[in-house]
Design a protein around this ligand. Structure first.
Ligand SMILES: [Zn+2]
Length: 166
């Protein structure tokens, strides 16, 4: 099942959002949008929608990933919750974040999360990250706070750059 996690910028843009799948909205995003204009939520009528609060574990992982990338200060609390809610949903299906925010996109790719932008030009170059353990040398496709096998520190490596059109 396709699961879409929406960030505030996507909804506040007022652009048409037509998604076929389950829609997940972090509670903090819901609050931000409701403050602005409740009508912006019209697009969720008749859809499979849930409002969710992120787990502490996922939030912590997002914070660590953002620090490693130097995006810590560019991400708001709400942005971090968007990423954390996406991580929480990974075991339920195919997760994709809908966001035009470059920092969210950057951290998403670091965490192995898919994303799509609503505007024509999203992130133009995307790094594909891999993480090599400094201890056992095993390479992982996503970021962990420490190696799941031996517990050593993971070193981010850029596998390749890809041009992405969104
Ligand atoms: Zn290791």
């Amino acid at each position: 099942m396709e699961i879409y996690v929406l960030d505030s910028s996507a909804i506040l843009s007022g652009k048409p959002i037509d998604l076929d799948g389950r829609i997940v909205i972090p509670e903090s995003v819901e609050r931000e949008v409701m403050k602005e204009d409740p009508k912006l939520f019209d697009f969720i009528q008749g859809k499979d929608v849930s409002m969710e609060h992120p787990s502490k574990e996922s939030l912590l992982l997002v914070k660590e990933a953002a620090e490693k990338l130097g995006e810590g200060r560019r991400l708001s609390r709400v942005d971090k919750e968007v990423l954390a809610v996406a991580l929480d949903n990974l075991e339920r299906g195919d997760v994709c974040i809908i966001t035009d925010d470059y920092s969210i996109q950057n951290v998403a790719s670091f965490l192995g999360l898919k994303f799509k932008g609503l505007s024509e030009k999203g992130i133009s170059e995307r790094f594909v990250w891999r993480f090599r353990c400094k201890g056992c040398k095993k390479v992982f496709k996503r970021f962990f706070p420490s190696c799941p096998i031996c517990g050593s520190e993971l070193k981010p490596i850029v596998k390749r750059k890809t041009k992405v059109r969104s």
